[in-house]
Ligand binder design. Structure first.
Ligand code: CIR
Length: 266
């Protein structure tokens, strides 16, 4: 098996900007501290780089307070990249800054043109399929447009439901390897992971479901010892990354990067 769903040669990240205090959030639990966010971001990018991956670090975009969450602007597969159409009006323009970066790595880039919307955070790519959660940000029209693009590359796309009140599908789950998903119980109970091995986040630790498998590492947010212990016991090489400031804006590990292996010709 190729392990293309978690073995990557590249990552793209964008530094948080000083406008981060205007970032979107479901519940206001206080302003994110830029200095602390930057130091967490540095720990995150070093962990990705430590696996041998090439990293593109983009400069902050003041006009887009949520642009540090680069994952929502694109879907990057081995065969090609697709610019998303983010469902929050304040984030729609983030794809403009991402287009030239992806064109540099992939050559031609596909685009979700609309009228539908898709946020990258609602897309979970596994070894066998692409799951896309309908959510407040991702609608059926967007999912259908995405389906038609990825089907040209031979991918099966399965529409699933992001739980009510949860920002993105991947807020509640992560891929750990070709057969294993880390998920909150509330999401797994929907039955969407039938056929996969599911590890549940520990009760009360639902906020750490958004982890990432990146090459040999699993990056997960600091402060969730029971779930971290479970993953270590299962043999995963876990790196704990401070996430308190991104969490104030409903962000976790996956949101902070695009992870992929572009075609050699890109
Ligand atoms: C937003 O509401 O769009 C940002 N504050 C958080 C985005 C998190 N992204 C993700 O889960 N992929």
């Amino acid at each position: 098996m190729s392990k293309r769903s978690y073995r990557f040669s590249h990552a793209i990240v964008r530094k948080p900007s000083s406008s981060i205090n205007r970032g979107l959030r479901a519940v206001d639990v206080g302003e994110p501290d830029l200095e602390l966010f930057l130091s967490h971001h540095q720990a995150y990018t070093s962990a990705l780089r430590s696996t041998g991956a090439d990293e593109t670090v983009l400069e902050p975009l003041e006009a887009f307070p949520d642009s540090v969450f680069v994952e929502d602007a694109a879907l990057c597969l081995c065969e090609g990249a697709i610019l998303m159409r983010p469902g929050a009006p304040s984030r729609l323009g983030e794809t403009v800054g991402m287009a030239p970066v992806l064109e540099g790595l992939y050559g031609e880039v596909q685009v979700i043109e609309g009228p539908g919307f898709v946020d990258g955070g609602d897309i979970l790519v596994t070894e066998r399929e692409i799951l896309v959660g309908q959510s407040a940000r991702t609608d059926r029209a967007g999912i259908e447009e995405l389906r038609s693009l990825v089907s040209h590359w031979g991918y099966d796309l399965r529409e699933v439901q992001t739980p009510q009140g949860v920002l993105h599908f991947k807020t509640d789950c992560s891929l750990l390897d070709e057969e294993t998903i880390l998920s909150t119980k509330r999401l797994a109970d929907s039955g969407c992971f039938e056929g996969y091995r599911v590890l549940h986040t520990a009760p009360g630790e639902e906020a750490c479901a958004n982890a990432i498998r990146f090459n040999d590492l699993v990056l997960m947010p600091e402060g969730f010892p029971k779930t971290a212990g479970l993953l270590m016991d299962e043999g995963y090489d876990v790196r704990l990354i401070g996430n308190s400031e991104a969490a104030k804006l409903d962000g976790g590990m996956s949101c902070l990067s695009l992870r992929f292996t572009p075609p050699a010709s890109g």
